[in-house]
Design a protein around this ligand. Structure first.
Ligand SMILES: C[S@@+](CC[C@H](N)C(=O)[O-])C[C@H]1O[C@@H](n2cnc3c(N)ncnc32)[C@H](O)[C@@H]1O
Length: 282
């Protein structure tokens, strides 16, 4: 029997994942192998011809089986890349998504000192903004204590304990202070759209992070109604939303007295981030 090398094990796993209908099977197999070996993508390439020990092969088979159950790679490895940093994630917290980087990019285009992150989850938005903006401080709130455990872990890994506060809070319940930048990626998927989500999302991500209710706009309505006392006069607001929601979200905040500034699109032209100001002078 021929020896199992990293390369042959990878090839077999990629075929198995592909046959199960998993997109990006080859990339997933490589990420899982790198995880098992405790290396990165570059390190893996250098070792492709090495034999795989029976113990490592058993470890690899185990994680491939998990992936076949549609468990996201990030939940298997416990890590997800966001803005070129690695964030601890798991089933109790939303996986940071690439589209959320649009919000971060727009936030960083202007100065800010105090950031409020509503529905902070892993803390990916707040912690990235603070890491990129020296001297800024902020607060992240989330209703889920399990999600906040990840935020706290990520804060420690990034050495931001002195600049980021996290609190368990039903939106503004425990928010204190005034902020010149408010960011939020609240749950926004309409309840009726949930069954159509990919199994990776539906089976493995927390429901309360995905849907706020029947219209998908419920969280924006609550945030728009309660935000004013926590804003400095010229505060900026950046809100992520679903691909067809930007105009509705903008209208909700405009009706609450905020000034629409822009709708920011992703690379496919879908408006995913709504930008507003607290007042017209800002
Ligand atoms: C779409 S996830 C965003 C997580 C993270 N900010 C990100 O961008 O990856 C929405 C977050 O809002 C939180 N959330 C839901 N309802 C909430 C509420 N009533 N008060 C505070 N946070 C809430 C969820 O627990 C979840 O972490």
């Amino acid at each position: 029997m021929s020896e199992t090398t990293l390369e042959s094990a990878l090839r077999a796993a990629a075929v198995e994942l592909q046959q199960a209908g998993i997109e990006g099977a080859e990339t997933d197999a490589r990420r899982l192998m790198a995880h098992v070996l405790g290396t990165d993508a570059a390190g893996l390439i250098l070792r492709l011809k090495e034999p795989l020990t029976p113990a490592l092969l058993a470890d690899f088979d185990k994680v491939v089986k998990e992936r076949l159950e549609r468990k996201p790679v990030s939940h298997i490895t416990g890590q997800r890349e966001f803005w070129n940093r690695s964030f601890a994630v798991g089933p109790a917290v939303l996986d940071p998504r690439p589209e959320t980087e649009i919000l971060v990019e727009k936030a960083l285009e202007q100065p800010f000192k105090r950031v409020l992150d509503l529905g902070t989850g892993s803390g990916c938005i707040l912690l990235t903004l603070l890491a990129e903006r020296e001297g800024a401080t902020g607060m992240g709130v989330d209703i889920s204590p399990e999600a906040l455990d990840y935020a706290v872990q990520n804060r420690a890994a990034m050495g931001l304990e002195k600049r980021a506060i996290f609190a368990q809070s039903d939106w503004f319940e425990r928010v204190a202070g005034q902020f010149d930048l408010v960011v939020a990626n609240p749950p926004y998927i309409p309840l009726g759209d949930m069954p159509a989500l990919a199994p990776e999302v539906l089976r493995w991500e927390p429901m309360h992070a995905l849907t706020p209710g029947p219209t998908g706009l419920e969280a924006y309505q609550i945030i728009a109604a309660g935000l004013a006392p926590f804003l400095s006069p010229s505060a900026r607001l950046l809100l992520e939303c679903g691909a067809t929601q930007a105009r509705d979200v903008s209208a909700i905040f405009a009706a609450a007295g905020f000034v629409p500034v822009a709708l920011h699109a992703d690379m496919d032209g879908r408006e995913r981030v709504v930008e507003l100001r607290n007042d017209a002078k800002g």
